[in-house]
Each structure stands twice: as C-alpha cells, then as structure tokens.
Design a protein around this ligand. Structure first.
Ligand code: ATP
Ligand code: FE
Length: 328
C-alpha cells in the first residue's frame, strides 16, 4: 500500500510516494531558492504563486517516478501546518481536489511530525523511547517520543529558531538565502576566534538565539574588517555548544534509546559530527535523516501520514500557521 505525500508549507513544492514500511518509491522537490535568494528570506506572496505553478507537475512526476497509477494509492497526506497560510492552501486544495477525483481519503499532516519521521525513511533508524532535537527554519525544540504517536515537548526556543539565526547571520554577511549551507562551508575555513554568547546554556531545556544573532551584528559593527569565515566559525561553534549541551542534559534527564536530530539544520556537517560525539559518549544511538531529506520534502509527510492511519487520527484539512508537535 502506498501514500502520496504533498508538501507546500514554505518555499519548496514537493510530492512523494511512500510505502507503509517507509520505503520511498519517489520523492520530487522543486526548490524556490532562486526566487527568494535576492530577498534574503521567503517572500510569502511569491511562494504561493510558485506553488500553484509547480504542485501538479511535482505530483505527476512523483507518480510517474514511482511507476504507479493513482488507483494504486491507499490515500493522500498533505501538510496542513505549521507554515505560510497561502502556501499551505495551495497544497491542501490540490490534495482535496485530487482525492475527490480519485476517490481517496486525504489527511492533513503536521509538518513537524513529518520532520521527525524523516529519520525513518527507507530504513528504520529510530529506537524508542527517543529524544528529538528538531532544528529547522521555523522551530527549535527538544521533545520526548515514546512512539511515533506519543510526543511530549520538553523545551523550545523563546525567540528565534537556530535556522533563522543562520539565515539572518548569512544575510548580515551578504551570503544570500538559505544561509545554512553557505555558513557551514565558510565556517569550516575559519577560526572561531570571537567570543560569542551561549544563551541559556545551563537553564533547562529552552533555547534563545536572538541574542546570539544580535551579538554577531555588534561584532560586525565593532570590527568591520573581521574575516567572514572567522565570524561564521565563531557563530557555528556557539550554536553547536548550545544545541549539544541541551541535547546532552535532555538525554541524561530522560534516558533514551536514540537521539533523533531532524529539520533543515540537521544537514549541518558540524551538527552531525558533534551529535555523533555526544551519542558515542552516552551510548545512545544517533538517528539522522538522509541528507536529502533533512530539509523540506514530501516523503516525510507521506510517512507521517501512515502514523495517522495507524493511530486512527483526524483527517483535519484546515490550514494552520502554527501547530504543536504534540498534536496530529
Ligand atoms: P519549519 O520546518 O520549522 O516549518 P522550514 O520548513 O522553513 O521550517 P526546514 O526546511 O526544515 O525549515 O529548514 C530550513 C532551514 O535549515 C533554513 O534556516 C536553512 O538555513 C537551514 N539549513 C539548511 N541546510 C543547512 C545546513 N547544511 N546547515 C545548517 N543549516 C541548514
Ligand atoms: Fe520544515
């Protein structure tokens, strides 16, 4: 049995076909990075218009790549939030129309539950109970996962997400959007010579990244000749210190079989390496999504949709801009 997943919550239009055991038959991602690059961030109006153009071709390609017909599908899963309402509406309306035409059920999927299931695509990597560190463009939090259905958030950012901090620092350095990959590459060639704050390092499981971002801005004002690679290296190290310290204390407070690191920033080689070290030291399994599925994709949405089928969860299709990981 197969589910067609559709994702349009932000700036990528994606469609994928995934089997109940997590095998990915096809995964198509149409990026809008070129469109948003010159604005240094996502331009919502342009994003929804691009989704309108791309969503049907992406779905057609996903079905073709999988070598199936719509009649082979069990159901459709579409991201209903969190994300940009105008973008979400394009995916949801398209899914509803196709489901009507094909006589299939359609479920509205929580994008964050999609990210967390990205670690089980094509291969089961998560052992339960698990600790989740979700680091994306819109979110940064720690959550305890008893099973794919039962999730409890234990801490989250009080202001910016870490991905947002990467994007804003990239913008200050004139590096374009998205900032994550460029900052990572630059950081590797620099020296972390600047002392930047590690906000809320020892205070519980909440995060704060807006002060760190401001500290980078002040540093650039005070030292206009600072080498961008050294600034990037200092920034990345500060982010990693905070993320890994919090993940470490969460794993100590809540004994877990695996640490699941997901969301766009989980593509960072620095984060992958530091998480590897942390887990090796604690004897915990590290569960990471394949690189190509760290950032937004529809395969993760289809796999999460299977959880909804198993849990008998709601099919609610109303687009929502915010949605907790704890909710279906
Ligand atoms: P959310 O999932 O919270 O709704 P989103 O869908 O916009 O937000 P993702 O696609 O999960 O976010 O992640 C995008 C973020 O990941 C961006 O902030 C981007 O800079 C960051 N990112 C992407 N690749 C890397 C990388 N290699 N290193 C660090 N950050 C990265
Ligand atoms: Fe995302």
């Amino acid at each position: 049995e197969l589910i067609l997943g559709i994702e349009s919550s932000c700036d990528d239009t994606a469609a994928a076909v995934v089997a109940e055991d997590g095998t990915v038959l096809s995964s198509v991602i149409v990026s809008q990075a070129e469109i948003h690059n010159r604005y240094g961030g996502v331009f919502p109006e342009l994003a929804s218009r691009a989704h309108i153009d791309k969503v049907i071709p992406a779905i057609r390609m996903a079905i073709e790549d999988a070598g199936i017909r719509p009649a082979d599908l069990h159901s459709i899963g579409v991201t209903r939030g969190p994300g940009l309402i105008g973008s979400l509406m394009v995916g949801v309306d398209t899914a509803r129309g196709l489901a009507d035409g094909w006589g299939l059920q359609v479920r509205g999927v929580n994008h964050l539950r999609g990210h967390l299931r990205s670690a089980d695509l094509n291969e089961r990597r998560v052992a339960y109970p698990a600790m989740i560190l979700l680091v994306s463009g819109g979110h940064t939090f720690l959550a305890r996962m008893e099973s794919p259905e039962r999730i409890e958030q234990i801490g989250s950012t009080r202001d910016d997400s870490v991905g947002e901090a990467y994007d804003k620092v990239a913008r200050m350095l004139g590096l374009g959007y998205p900032g994550g990959p460029v900052i990572d590459r630059l950081a590797k060639t620099g020296t972390p010579r600047y002392p930047l704050p590690r906000p809320m390092l020892t205070q519980g499981f909440d995060f704060s990244f807006s002060g760190l971002k401001t500290a980078v801005r002040r540093l650039l004002e005070a030292e206009p000749d600072a080498k961008p690679e050294d600034v990037a290296a200092s920034f990345v190290e500060a982010c990693m210190d905070v993320l890994l310290a919090k993940a470490g204390s969460a794993l100590r407070a809540y004994p877990s079989e695996s640490l699941v690191v997901v969301g766009g920033v989980s593509a960072s080689p620095q984060l992958r390496e530091r998480a590897e070290q942390l887990c090796a030291g604690l004897g915990v399994r590290l569960s990471l999504p394949p690189l190509k599925w760290s950032t937004d994709n529809a395969a993760m949405i289809a796999l999460a949709s299977w959880d909804y089928v198993h849990a008998g969860a709601d099919v609610d299709l109303a687009p929502v801009s915010t949605l907790s990981i704890e909710r279906f």
